[in-house]
Design a protein. Structure first.
Lengths: 134, 143
Protein backbone atom coordinates (compact mmCIF):
# COMPACT_ATOMS: atom_id res chain seq x y z
CA UNK A 1 0.00 0.00 0.00
CA UNK A 2 1.37 3.42 -0.94
CA UNK A 3 1.81 5.93 1.87
CA UNK A 4 -0.86 8.15 0.34
CA UNK A 5 -3.52 7.89 -2.34
CA UNK A 6 -6.14 10.26 -3.71
CA UNK A 7 -9.71 9.24 -4.54
CA UNK A 8 -12.32 11.25 -6.35
CA UNK A 9 -15.73 11.72 -4.74
CA UNK A 10 -18.28 12.24 -7.51
CA UNK A 11 -21.05 9.76 -6.74
CA UNK A 12 -22.42 7.74 -3.85
CA UNK A 13 -20.48 4.75 -5.21
CA UNK A 14 -17.33 6.77 -4.55
CA UNK A 15 -18.44 7.30 -0.93
CA UNK A 16 -18.63 3.51 -0.55
CA UNK A 17 -15.17 3.19 -2.13
CA UNK A 18 -13.72 5.77 0.27
CA UNK A 19 -15.11 3.81 3.21
CA UNK A 20 -13.44 0.64 1.95
CA UNK A 21 -10.09 2.38 1.42
CA UNK A 22 -10.16 3.96 4.87
CA UNK A 23 -11.09 0.63 6.45
CA UNK A 24 -8.11 -1.04 4.73
CA UNK A 25 -5.77 1.70 5.99
CA UNK A 26 -7.11 1.44 9.53
CA UNK A 27 -6.67 -2.34 9.54
CA UNK A 28 -3.13 -1.96 8.17
CA UNK A 29 -2.37 0.51 10.99
CA UNK A 30 -3.44 -2.11 13.52
CA UNK A 31 -6.64 -0.33 14.65
CA UNK A 32 -9.07 -2.27 16.81
CA UNK A 33 -12.65 -2.70 15.65
CA UNK A 34 -14.03 0.35 17.50
CA UNK A 35 -11.26 2.64 16.20
CA UNK A 36 -11.80 1.29 12.68
CA UNK A 37 -15.52 1.93 12.93
CA UNK A 38 -14.99 5.49 14.19
CA UNK A 39 -12.61 6.56 11.43
CA UNK A 40 -14.67 4.86 8.71
CA UNK A 41 -17.85 6.54 9.99
CA UNK A 42 -16.12 9.94 10.11
CA UNK A 43 -14.85 9.35 6.57
CA UNK A 44 -18.35 8.48 5.41
CA UNK A 45 -19.79 11.68 6.91
CA UNK A 46 -17.12 13.87 5.34
CA UNK A 47 -17.23 12.13 1.96
CA UNK A 48 -20.97 12.70 1.88
CA UNK A 49 -20.48 16.36 2.80
CA UNK A 50 -17.98 16.69 -0.06
CA UNK A 51 -20.51 15.15 -2.43
CA UNK A 52 -23.71 16.84 -1.23
CA UNK A 53 -22.47 20.28 -0.16
CA UNK A 54 -19.20 20.64 -2.07
CA UNK A 55 -20.56 19.38 -5.38
CA UNK A 56 -17.94 16.63 -5.40
CA UNK A 57 -14.22 16.68 -4.77
CA UNK A 58 -11.50 14.35 -3.64
CA UNK A 59 -9.96 12.81 -0.56
CA UNK A 60 -6.32 12.14 0.16
CA UNK A 61 -5.88 9.05 2.33
CA UNK A 62 -2.57 8.74 4.18
CA UNK A 63 -0.98 6.20 6.47
CA UNK A 64 0.96 8.18 9.07
CA UNK A 65 3.18 7.45 12.05
CA UNK A 66 4.49 9.55 14.88
CA UNK A 67 6.60 8.46 17.83
CA UNK A 68 5.88 4.81 17.15
CA UNK A 69 2.14 5.32 16.88
CA UNK A 70 0.39 4.61 13.62
CA UNK A 71 -2.63 6.38 12.29
CA UNK A 72 -4.72 7.42 9.31
CA UNK A 73 -5.02 10.96 8.03
CA UNK A 74 -7.73 12.06 5.59
CA UNK A 75 -7.95 15.33 3.70
CA UNK A 76 -11.22 16.12 1.97
CA UNK A 77 -11.23 18.91 -0.55
CA UNK A 78 -13.90 20.46 -2.72
CA UNK A 79 -14.33 23.59 -4.81
CA UNK A 80 -17.91 24.09 -3.72
CA UNK A 81 -19.60 27.17 -2.29
CA UNK A 82 -17.65 27.01 0.97
CA UNK A 83 -18.94 27.52 4.49
CA UNK A 84 -19.62 31.13 5.55
CA UNK A 85 -19.71 30.40 9.29
CA UNK A 86 -17.51 27.45 10.18
CA UNK A 87 -18.23 27.71 13.91
CA UNK A 88 -21.94 27.44 13.29
CA UNK A 89 -21.45 24.57 10.85
CA UNK A 90 -19.65 22.61 13.57
CA UNK A 91 -22.68 22.77 15.86
CA UNK A 92 -24.96 19.75 15.96
CA UNK A 93 -28.18 20.24 14.11
CA UNK A 94 -26.72 22.59 11.54
CA UNK A 95 -27.64 21.43 8.07
CA UNK A 96 -28.29 22.90 4.70
CA UNK A 97 -28.84 19.52 3.08
CA UNK A 98 -30.56 16.24 3.69
CA UNK A 99 -28.54 14.99 6.64
CA UNK A 100 -29.12 15.35 10.34
CA UNK A 101 -26.58 18.11 10.67
CA UNK A 102 -24.11 15.91 12.49
CA UNK A 103 -21.57 15.56 9.71
CA UNK A 104 -18.90 18.07 10.71
CA UNK A 105 -19.32 18.12 14.48
CA UNK A 106 -19.79 14.35 14.56
CA UNK A 107 -16.72 13.61 12.50
CA UNK A 108 -14.72 15.96 14.70
CA UNK A 109 -15.77 13.98 17.77
CA UNK A 110 -14.79 10.73 16.05
CA UNK A 111 -11.29 12.00 15.25
CA UNK A 112 -8.19 12.74 17.31
CA UNK A 113 -7.26 15.68 15.09
CA UNK A 114 -9.54 17.94 13.12
CA UNK A 115 -8.91 21.01 11.01
CA UNK A 116 -11.17 22.88 8.62
CA UNK A 117 -10.40 25.62 6.15
CA UNK A 118 -13.30 27.16 4.29
CA UNK A 119 -14.64 30.44 3.06
CA UNK A 120 -17.45 31.45 0.70
CA UNK A 121 -16.41 30.87 -2.90
CA UNK A 122 -13.14 29.16 -1.95
CA UNK A 123 -14.37 25.64 -1.32
CA UNK A 124 -13.71 23.58 1.78
CA UNK A 125 -10.83 21.50 3.08
CA UNK A 126 -11.29 19.24 6.09
CA UNK A 127 -8.41 17.25 7.56
CA UNK A 128 -8.87 14.58 10.20
CA UNK A 129 -6.55 12.05 11.78
CA UNK A 130 -7.11 9.16 14.10
CA UNK A 131 -4.35 7.30 15.91
CA UNK A 132 -4.18 3.71 16.93
CA UNK A 133 -5.23 3.74 20.59
CA UNK A 134 -3.98 0.23 21.37
CA UNK B 1 -32.66 -1.25 -9.96
CA UNK B 2 -31.71 -3.22 -6.84
CA UNK B 3 -34.30 -3.52 -4.13
CA UNK B 4 -34.10 -4.74 -0.57
CA UNK B 5 -36.47 -7.68 0.03
CA UNK B 6 -39.29 -7.17 2.53
CA UNK B 7 -40.40 -10.44 4.19
CA UNK B 8 -43.57 -11.03 6.18
CA UNK B 9 -42.95 -12.64 9.55
CA UNK B 10 -46.13 -13.13 11.56
CA UNK B 11 -47.51 -9.69 12.45
CA UNK B 12 -44.34 -8.01 11.30
CA UNK B 13 -42.29 -7.20 8.24
CA UNK B 14 -38.60 -8.06 8.21
CA UNK B 15 -36.03 -6.11 6.26
CA UNK B 16 -32.40 -7.17 6.24
CA UNK B 17 -30.06 -4.40 5.15
CA UNK B 18 -26.99 -6.11 3.75
CA UNK B 19 -25.64 -3.72 1.19
CA UNK B 20 -24.35 -0.20 1.32
CA UNK B 21 -27.40 1.99 1.08
CA UNK B 22 -27.58 4.48 -1.71
CA UNK B 23 -30.08 7.31 -1.93
CA UNK B 24 -32.23 5.53 -4.49
CA UNK B 25 -32.16 2.26 -2.61
CA UNK B 26 -33.24 4.04 0.58
CA UNK B 27 -36.11 5.76 -1.24
CA UNK B 28 -37.21 2.47 -2.84
CA UNK B 29 -37.14 0.72 0.53
CA UNK B 30 -39.31 3.41 2.11
CA UNK B 31 -41.85 3.04 -0.69
CA UNK B 32 -41.84 -0.76 -0.67
CA UNK B 33 -42.16 -0.93 3.10
CA UNK B 34 -45.02 1.53 3.41
CA UNK B 35 -46.86 -0.24 0.59
CA UNK B 36 -46.46 -3.57 2.35
CA UNK B 37 -47.56 -2.15 5.72
CA UNK B 38 -50.76 -0.85 4.15
CA UNK B 39 -51.36 -4.09 2.22
CA UNK B 40 -50.70 -6.51 5.09
CA UNK B 41 -51.75 -4.50 8.14
CA UNK B 42 -48.41 -5.35 9.73
CA UNK B 43 -48.06 -4.05 13.28
CA UNK B 44 -44.32 -3.81 13.17
CA UNK B 45 -41.25 -3.47 11.04
CA UNK B 46 -37.99 -5.15 11.98
CA UNK B 47 -34.89 -3.74 10.35
CA UNK B 48 -31.93 -6.05 10.72
CA UNK B 49 -28.67 -4.10 10.44
CA UNK B 50 -26.33 -6.83 11.71
CA UNK B 51 -24.52 -6.84 8.37
CA UNK B 52 -23.75 -3.12 8.50
CA UNK B 53 -20.17 -2.31 9.48
CA UNK B 54 -20.98 1.34 9.97
CA UNK B 55 -24.09 3.48 10.40
CA UNK B 56 -23.55 7.09 9.42
CA UNK B 57 -26.02 9.97 9.62
CA UNK B 58 -27.35 9.12 6.15
CA UNK B 59 -28.38 5.63 7.25
CA UNK B 60 -29.51 7.02 10.60
CA UNK B 61 -31.78 9.48 8.88
CA UNK B 62 -33.21 6.69 6.74
CA UNK B 63 -33.99 4.60 9.84
CA UNK B 64 -35.61 7.60 11.54
CA UNK B 65 -37.71 8.37 8.47
CA UNK B 66 -38.89 4.79 8.08
CA UNK B 67 -39.83 4.70 11.77
CA UNK B 68 -41.77 7.97 11.50
CA UNK B 69 -43.65 6.97 8.35
CA UNK B 70 -44.40 3.48 9.71
CA UNK B 71 -45.73 5.02 12.92
CA UNK B 72 -48.21 7.04 10.88
CA UNK B 73 -49.34 3.78 9.34
CA UNK B 74 -49.79 2.27 12.82
CA UNK B 75 -46.69 0.10 12.76
CA UNK B 76 -43.73 0.15 15.19
CA UNK B 77 -40.17 -0.01 13.92
CA UNK B 78 -37.52 -1.97 15.77
CA UNK B 79 -33.92 -1.86 14.60
CA UNK B 80 -32.18 -5.13 15.47
CA UNK B 81 -28.68 -6.55 15.37
CA UNK B 82 -26.63 -3.39 15.77
CA UNK B 83 -22.95 -4.21 16.23
CA UNK B 84 -21.37 -2.99 19.50
CA UNK B 85 -18.74 -0.93 17.67
CA UNK B 86 -21.53 0.72 15.67
CA UNK B 87 -23.42 1.57 18.87
CA UNK B 88 -20.32 3.12 20.46
CA UNK B 89 -19.65 5.15 17.32
CA UNK B 90 -23.25 6.33 16.93
CA UNK B 91 -23.35 7.70 20.47
CA UNK B 92 -20.08 9.57 19.92
CA UNK B 93 -21.36 10.84 16.60
CA UNK B 94 -24.38 12.22 18.48
CA UNK B 95 -26.86 10.06 16.63
CA UNK B 96 -28.81 8.16 19.23
CA UNK B 97 -31.79 7.23 17.04
CA UNK B 98 -34.27 8.41 19.64
CA UNK B 99 -37.23 7.88 17.32
CA UNK B 100 -36.37 4.23 16.79
CA UNK B 101 -36.65 1.30 19.17
CA UNK B 102 -33.83 -1.21 19.19
CA UNK B 103 -33.47 -4.85 20.18
CA UNK B 104 -30.43 -7.10 20.28
CA UNK B 105 -31.72 -9.60 17.75
CA UNK B 106 -34.69 -10.52 15.57
CA UNK B 107 -36.21 -12.75 18.26
CA UNK B 108 -36.30 -9.98 20.85
CA UNK B 109 -37.48 -7.50 18.27
CA UNK B 110 -40.37 -9.81 17.42
CA UNK B 111 -41.19 -10.06 21.12
CA UNK B 112 -41.47 -6.26 21.34
CA UNK B 113 -43.79 -6.14 18.37
CA UNK B 114 -45.80 -9.14 19.60
CA UNK B 115 -46.44 -7.48 22.96
CA UNK B 116 -47.62 -4.38 21.22
CA UNK B 117 -50.14 -6.17 19.00
CA UNK B 118 -51.41 -8.13 22.04
CA UNK B 119 -51.92 -4.84 23.87
CA UNK B 120 -53.72 -3.53 20.78
CA UNK B 121 -56.13 -6.44 20.81
CA UNK B 122 -56.73 -5.80 24.53
CA UNK B 123 -58.60 -2.62 23.63
CA UNK B 124 -56.49 0.31 24.84
CA UNK B 125 -54.36 1.25 21.88
CA UNK B 126 -54.42 4.99 22.33
CA UNK B 127 -51.08 5.38 24.00
CA UNK B 128 -48.81 5.46 20.99
CA UNK B 129 -45.82 3.23 21.47
CA UNK B 130 -46.26 2.79 25.19
CA UNK B 131 -47.04 -0.69 26.38
CA UNK B 132 -49.67 -1.58 28.92
CA UNK B 133 -48.80 -1.04 32.59
CA UNK B 134 -48.37 -4.78 33.19
CA UNK B 135 -45.91 -5.20 30.37
CA UNK B 136 -42.46 -6.34 31.31
CA UNK B 137 -39.56 -4.14 30.35
CA UNK B 138 -37.30 -6.08 28.04
CA UNK B 139 -35.32 -3.60 26.02
CA UNK B 140 -37.17 -0.40 26.60
CA UNK B 141 -34.92 2.31 27.96
CA UNK B 142 -37.91 4.47 28.66
CA UNK B 143 -37.01 6.98 25.93
Amino acid sequence: MEAAAVFEIRSSDDVVRVRQEVRARAVAAGFGLVDQTKIVTAASELARNTLDHGGGGAVRVESVSQGGRRGVRLTFEDQGPGIPDVEQALKDGFTTGRGLGLGLGGSKRLSNEFAIDSAPGRGTRVTIARWNSR
Amino acid sequence: MDRIPVLKLGDALLVTVQVDMHDRLAAALEEDLTGRIAATGAKGVLIDISSLEIVDSFIGRMLDTIAAVSRMLDADTVVVGMRPAVAITLVELGLELRGVRTALNVERGMALIGRRSDAGRGGDDGGGDRDGPAAEDIDDDGG
